[in-house]
Design a protein around this ligand. Structure first.
Ligand code: 1HE
Length: 264
């Protein structure tokens, strides 16, 4: 038996926390122990790091909910379990630091729900995505009907759930489910690079991107524009913003990395 404190690994790489799902023998299936260890790692990252990467040890990111544990649950126990997943994934999505997921192998069911709670998703070219809940006689319970449906559209999610079909990284990218397809075998490297980049942003800007932007999507135009102006005022009234704006005007700021093709 694996000891419960090793279900998740935690390392710090500069300003970035590296959180690893670590049950490779069970394809990183997410048991109650994994969820609790993840909660601790997420809290630690929020306190100690400026960005975080979530990845999977072994050949897969995650095979989703631990089906062995699930079968013995009564409805009320399952509701408690689902609500606990919501709580922790919400801390990832609406916290104070950006999370990047490095995906490879299976990103299935609850594994995809976890990935959907992160802010940027990078996938290896051999990653595969599926929502086989229909075949297992269950439903999503880790926030997928909200997050995954919003990312790729409820119609596409319906297809994956009804048919159980497996989607490719190219499809996932086209649907807006992932942001990047890495070079083969380099998803973690690319995710770390992106996380390190986000860690250099002003913390208030990151907070606004993580917390105001998604909430504004749930508002009317009027309320969205109003909230945007408040957030904008709050963000620009920080000493960090003042210094960064001055650095740009004094030509001390790092310049935009403009793709060569755009130079004409
Ligand atoms: C598991 C799990 C799991 C593997 N819970 N034990 N998720 C699924 O329906 C996906 C189920 N898993 C698979 O389809 C396959 O395992 C994979 C395609 C991901 C990987 O295949 P493969 O050939 O590398 O591994 P395997 O031989 O299938 O599995 C290796 C072991 O991991 C095996 O245990 P063993 O004791 O026989 O060695 C499997 O039983 C075990 N294993 N996946 C428990 N998921 C909050 S609601 C979310 C709802 C969902 O997530 S539904 C989707 C569930």
């Amino acid at each position: 038996m694996q000891s419960s404190d090793s279900f998740i690994t935690y390392e710090q790489k500069g300003a970035v926390a590296l959180i690893g799902l670590n049950r490779p023998a069970k394809r990183n299936a997410i048991s109650d122990n994994v969820v609790e260890a993840l909660a601790e790692a997420v809290a630690r990252a929020g306190a100690e790091a400026k960005a975080a990467v979530i990845h999977g040890h072994g050949d897969h990111f995650s095979a989703g909910l631990d089906l062995g544990e699930h079968v013995v649950k009564s409805p009320i126990e399952a509701i408690r379990g689902s609500r606990r997943w919501h709580e922790i994934f919400d801390r990832i999505e609406r916290g104070t630091i950006p999370f990047v997921s490095a995906l490879h192998g299976a990103v299935v069911g609850g594994g995809l729900e976890l990935a959907a709670s992160t802010h940027l998703r990078v996938a290896d070219p051999k990653t595969f995505f599926a929502l086989p809940e229909g075949q297992r006689g269950i439903f999503v319970g880790g926030g997928g009907s909200v997050r995954i449906a919003r990312l790729m559209g409820a119609a596409r999610m319906t297809d994956l759930m009804l048919t159980g079909r497996v989607a490719t990284p190219e499809e996932a990218e086209r649907w807006g489910l992932i942001h990047y397809i890495s070079e083969p075998g380099k998803a973690l490297e690319k995710a770390l690079e992106l996380a390190a980049q986000t860690a250099t942003n002003a913390e208030m800007s990151n907070y606004a991107i993580l917390n105001a932007l998604p909430r504004i999507q749930d508002m009317s135009n009027e309320d969205g524009l109003f909230t945007e102006s408040l957030m904008s005022a709050l963000t620009s009234a920080t000493p960090e913003a003042e210094e960064r704006l001055r650095a740009f005007l004094e030509k001390r700021a790092k310049r935009l990395d403009i793709p060569r093709a755009a130079h004409g």
